[in-house]
Design a protein around this ligand. Structure first.
Ligand SMILES: [Zn+2]
Length: 454
């Protein structure tokens, strides 16, 4: 005991000295990745420790210089995709004996924003450089719109949108964030994008419906930005697509989630939500800017009504997935998923299957199965819109939605009988006759049958 007490301080001192030596060593760049998305080009340097850096532009020709202090290159610089709107290529060299200089050759002047990411379960230290065009041409603006109290649901106060009902389709993960990884090497981000694209194709084929892909490529979009994109386009429904993972390879089946502020519906749901919410840490979001889009004060006004609608949509999607195959849990699950927190857009999250289950992983890669999943989700979405038709939506009144039924139109604020007649290329008299109307009086929420072309 006594010996121990004497030795310990000495050991600590030795450890401290050796730790200092490690710190003084050069950092190494162990990998560099480039991600191109519609709003920006992202460079990620994976480094052995936190790194001091400087970024500055040079012109004629346009270049961006990234100086990394006390650093050594331990990997190759990646080739840049020809289609990248900003980058021609990267080159690097040693500067002043022990520093690194990386030069980006550019297609146009850029604005650069850099931030460091701390290590997490998937990555060590990372330095992120986001490039956007200096003229701001393709920069996606993420605004914080105000919420009138009345805009709880469709219809009221939605200027600037076309007549189409918009389904926002959110392929989970992307870019730096692969999501869950199956034992066969399947990445969740690839599967979610494939299913999302199938769903978008089906949605766009439905009259009156329009798909909005939140991401349509291999890049990361922050969770709050996903919501902001959907809200900016005034989406009527937000469907986030994922593939589940669990420690047991036997877990299987689909689940559908809605947002919960209180407790999650199960421990597993809570665990899953915290895993999905960590996507921003892995995908790379600069959390230092601190603009909290989801301020609680805004949410309280509309969230309850939205959750009710979300639950209805989730139940319909779950029922249709159940027809396709096994469901993991028979009820709609609830948990605090960040991506579902749009205060005024009903939002659901579909865990299509377990990528951690080898059988389901195989099915998730299969084009035919991806399509079947998309069809089941669409059937649920259509069922939801039939029950809660957004303003101006044409609904197919036949129970199966097979396309052969009569068309209906839900009256929204500002609609007139003559406007509706014109929009659907029918005469006012045919419209009146079909609906037994004696005059031109209509009310919001009223459903009109649209006669065949007259
Ligand atoms: Zn996921």
């Amino acid at each position: 005991m006594l010996v121990n007490r004497l030795i310990s301080p000495l050991l600590l001192l030795l450890l401290a000295v050796s730790a200092q030596c490690v710190c003084a060593e050069q950092a190494s760049v162990q990998g560099t990745r480039v991600w191109t998305d519609p709003a920006k080009t992202r460079l990620v340097f994976e480094t052995s420790s936190a790194i001091t850096h400087r970024v500055f532009p040079l012109d004629d020709p346009d270049r961006l210089v990234i100086d990394l202090d006390d650093a050594v290159m331990q990997s190759n610089l990646p080739k840049v995709d020809l289609g990248d709107p900003l980058l021609v290529g990267l080159r690097g060299g040693v500067r002043g004996g022990s520093h690194l200089r990386i030069v980006l050759d550019l297609k146009q002047p850029v604005r650069a924003k850099s931030f460091a990411l701390s290590p997490n379960e998937r990555y060590g230290h990372r330095l992120v450089i986001d490039l956007t065009p200096k003229d701001g041409s393709s920069v996606r603006r993420v605004a914080l719109p105000s919420f009138p109290n009345s805009a709880v649901r469709k219809g009221a106060g939605r200027p600037g949108r076309g007549p189409a009902v918009i389904v926002a389709i959110d392929a989970g993960h992307g870019g730096e964030d692969p999501g869950a990884i199956g034992s066969g090497g399947t990445l969740e981000k690839d599967v979610t994008l494939a299913i999302a694209r199938e769903l978008a194709k089906l949605v766009d084929r439905e009259p009156g419906l329009e798909a909005l892909m939140i991401r349509d490529g291999d890049y990361y979009v922050g969770l709050q930005e996903r919501i902001a994109i959907a809200r900016e386009r005034r989406a009527d429904l937000f469907v986030s697509i994922h593939a589940d993972a669990f420690s047991s390879a036997n877990a299987k089946g689909s689940s559908v989630y809605t947002l919960s502020y209180g407790g999650a519906s199960s421990e597993a749901a809570k665990w899953l939500a915290s895993r999905e919410n960590s996507a921003d840490l892995i995908g790379g979001v600069d959390l230092s800017t601190g603009d909290d889009l989801l301020a609680n004060v805004l949410m309280d006004m509309t969230q309850n009504a939205t959750i009710e609608h979300s639950t209805e949509a989730a139940a319909m999607v779950l029922a249709n997935l159940g027809r396709l195959g096994v469901v993991h849990r028979g009820d709609v699950q609830r948990a605090g998923f960040a991506v579902l927190k749009a205060p005024d857009v009903p939002s659901i999250l579909v865990e299509t299957a377990f990528i951690s289950n080898p059988d389901e992983e195989k099915r998730l890669r299969d084009r035919g199965h991806q399509r079947e999943l998309a069809e089941a989700i669409l059937a649920g979405v259509l069922g939801y819109f039939r029950k809660y038709p957004p303003h101006g939506m044409l609904v197919d009144a036949s129970p199966q939605g097979g396309g052969g039924g009569a068309r209906e139109y839900v009256i929204g604020p500002g609609d007139t009988l003559s406007g509706i007649a014109k929009q659907h290329s029918v005469s006012i008299s045919a419209l009146r006759a079909r609906n037994g109307l004696n005059d031109d009086m209509i009310r919001v929420g009223q459903v009109l049958a649209i006669p065949e072309d007259s």
